[in-house]
Design a protein around this ligand. Structure first.
Ligand code: HEM
Length: 458
């Protein structure tokens, strides 16, 4: 098995083209309609496969070995390509989108926010945010899970980024704008560039959303400044303290870029993760009971806190398996900075190269029966080092997610806050669709609620 073991590359082998390209539009329509089946078909054509969009070719990397090579050579395969080009339209040059040459300095500035010793404090905020939303739930009713998880995700991200909450109206508007913008990024990635520049209603709406989002973040920065920079545990305070001129006209733009990115990166990603975990647990009542048994044994009647997480072994495996099956960031891009060989395949300078955690996590040799949700894969005796290496929901290499520990803390505490009080079950007749918009969304996910303990409303 060649999986993730070093292999000799064949020099200069041609890159096969994916079949089904239409004249002018290439694979744009197939990608816009439903990109997931097309992605899953690509390894059948080669290790690296060329696809066509109206605006030019791009290259999809289809093996774990070559994805590893791509992510661990940031000088040759730098941030760029159509995903990051679209992201920069909203968030400018930030830690996630900046070129390799600027990355170490950008990362140093934000890294202190994600130190492990900050997690217990964030944990308290996360549990408050979860309660603010789920206190409104009632036994015997049905909840639209994803919108509620988005409220919690955006509340947690705002607390991390600004040290303050959005008001209820601003929160709803920001959530709607973030989801629409991220959706827009994916649509525009696959459209011929000329169509994204003409004044169609969809393009005008995208631009309005972009302006509104940046305005919302600017308002938060101004509010912070008016309050006289209170020393807080948030990113905005940390960035302003690191660079006292950061609210001057020039660096203020950089500040808004960084904060907008963090708000976006932290909202949908964790919301989809917890929503998918609840979906799988609702479908498997036995597994749900075992998770609740663990929560009862570790947390009991107390409020969940960060210190509980290390003892929630099964809950942790449920989240790992959720991130395998439903990696929020399902497609990401790089740009070749020079003519390059990837596993012997020629990639021309300037070409976009994409990789997909969604595709990689369905590699049947590494993850047998990949559509089966099985936290047992991650039992210490079961999981092989190469499975762990191929698991890339947070990416890999120097550009690996800066918020991974925060995201796992948030997901575990939100799940614990819900399942200590509620059991969830599927609603007969309702259909859940895996929708590849911005993140992989559980479209149509509705769950019935049963109260678990006398403290639950009902
Ligand atoms: C389950 C939740 C999350 C998932 C699945 C996720 C996934 C990812 C992935 C795959 C990357 C790498 C992108 C690439 O290689 O091009 C990334 C980068 C990043 N993420 Fe996350 N993320 C999550 C949550 C968060 C949160 C909560 C934050 C912060 C509030 C965050 C902040 C970032 C930042 C700043 C980067 C850029 C890192 C760099 O280039 O140095 N993420 N994320």
């Amino acid at each position: 098995m060649a999986v993730l073991s070093p292999r000799a590359s064949r020099p200069d082998s041609p890159v096969p083209a994916a079949p089904g390209a239409l004249p002018l539009l290439g694979h744009s329509l197939a990608l816009l309609r439903d990109p997931l089946p097309l992605l899953l078909s690509l390894p059948g054509h080669g290790e690296v496969v060329r696809l066509r969009l109206g605006g030019g070719d791009f290259y999809a990397v289809c093996t774990p070995e070559l994805t590893h090579e791509l992510l661990h050579d940031p000088r040759t395969f730098d941030k760029g390509g159509f995903f990051f080009d679209r992201l920069r339209e909203l968030t400018g040059n930030n830690v996630a989108s900046c070129p390799h040459a600027e990355h170490a300095a950008q990362r140093r500035r934000v890294q202190p926010m994600f130190r492990r010793d900050r997690m217990p404090g964030y944990g308290r905020t996360i549990v408050e945010q979860a309660a603010a939303v789920t206190d409104g739930w009632r036994a015997g009713t049905v909840v639209e899970v994803f919108p509620d998880m988005l409220r919690i995700g955006a509340g947690c991200a705002a607390a991390l980024v600004f040290g303050a909450a959005f008001g209820p109206e601003a929160l709803e508007r920001t959530i709607s704008d973030i989801t629409r913008y991220v959706e827009g990024i994916f649509t525009r990635m696959f459209l011929p560039p000329v169509l994204t520049r003409i004044p169609l209603p969809a393009n005008r709406r995208y631009e309005q959303v972009r302006k509104r989002l940046r305005h919302a973040v600017s308002e938060m920065v101004d509010g912070h400044r008016r309050a006289g920079h209170p020393v807080g545990g948030d990113l905005l305070t940390a960035l302003m303290e690191a660079d006292p001129a950061a609210d001057g006209p020039d660096s203020r733009t950089g500040l808004v870029d960084q904060l907008t990115l963090m708000l976006m990166a932290g909202t949908e990603s964790t919301a989809t993760t917890v929503a998918w975990a609840l979906h799988e647990l609702a479908r498997d009542p036995g597994l749900q009971r075992r998770v609740q048994h663990e929560l009862d044994a570790v947390i009991g009647p107390e409020t969940p806190v960060h210190a509980h997480i290390e003892h929630l072994e099964l809950t942790g495996r449920v989240l790992t398996e959720t991130l395998r099956k439903y990696p929020a960031a399902w497609l990401l891009s790089r740009v070749a900075t020079k003519d390059a060989l990837l596993g012997g395949h020629r990639i021309p300078a300037g070409a976009a190269v994409v990789f997909s955690p969604y595709l990689q996590h369905r590699h049947a040799e590494l993850f047998p029966d990949p559509e089966r949700f099985d936290p047992g894969r991650w039992l210490p005796g079961e999981s092989l080092p190469m499975m762990r290496k191929a698991l890339i929901p947070f990416g890999s290499g120097t550009r690996k997610c800066a918020g991974d520990t925060f995201a796992l803390t948030e997901s575990a505490l939100v799940l614990a806050s819900i399942l200590t009080r509620w059991s969830v079950h599927p609603v007969p007749g309702s259909q859940v669709r895996l929708a590849a918009y911005g993140a992989l969304q559980p479209e149509g996910l509705r769950l019935g609620l049963t109260a678990r303990c006398p403290g639950a409303h009902g």
